[in-house]
Design a protein around this ligand. Structure first.
Ligand SMILES: [Zn+2]
Length: 142
């Protein structure tokens, strides 16, 4: 369901719920959408941006999932990995391969790998995934 803010020719504001983005256009063209205040079939969509409320309680407009939310999720994943996984730094590719081949203790590890190293690991069936990037200057944004 999609909620649209609608307005009639007389300036009445109201809301309409539609099954999909095309439903309003179809129903409106058939004269099926009318103003609940005056009954006018002359109804149009109001331009509105999707809004989200951040943890600060301030409404912000956004074009997708809020940037704050994405950053928060990314930093949570990262924190979990950093707390529970072993940092092997730039030895990551070698160590991941060693664990995969049973030559090293089996554990979760993280570290740095080049794109080429990561691709080679994946090609050899070693499960690796990129860590979400958290901009280092995040604190400065507040
Ligand atoms: Zn009206």
């Amino acid at each position: 369901m999609i909620r649209y803010a609608l307005a009639c020719g007389a300036g009445h504001d109201f809301e309409g719920w539609f099954g999909g983005s095309d439903d309003f256009d179809v129903q409106s063209a058939r004269g099926l959408v009318s103003c609940p205040a005056c009954g006018s079939p002359e109804v149009r969509k109001q331009i509105m941006a999707p809004a989200v409320v951040t943890s600060k309680g301030k409404a912000e407009t956004a074009t997708g999932p809020s940037r704050e939310m994405m950053l928060e999720m990314a930093s949570q994943v990262r924190r979990h990995v950093e707390d529970n996984f072993d940092n092997v730094g730039d030895a990551f590719a070698r160590e991941a391969r060693a664990i995969h081949e049973g030559r090293s203790e089996e554990r979760g590890i993280y570290g740095e790998a080049t794109l080429r190293e990561a691709r080679e690991l994946l090609e050899d069936g070693v499960p690796v995934a990129p860590l979400p990037q958290v901009p280092p200057d995040r604190q400065d944004l507040n």
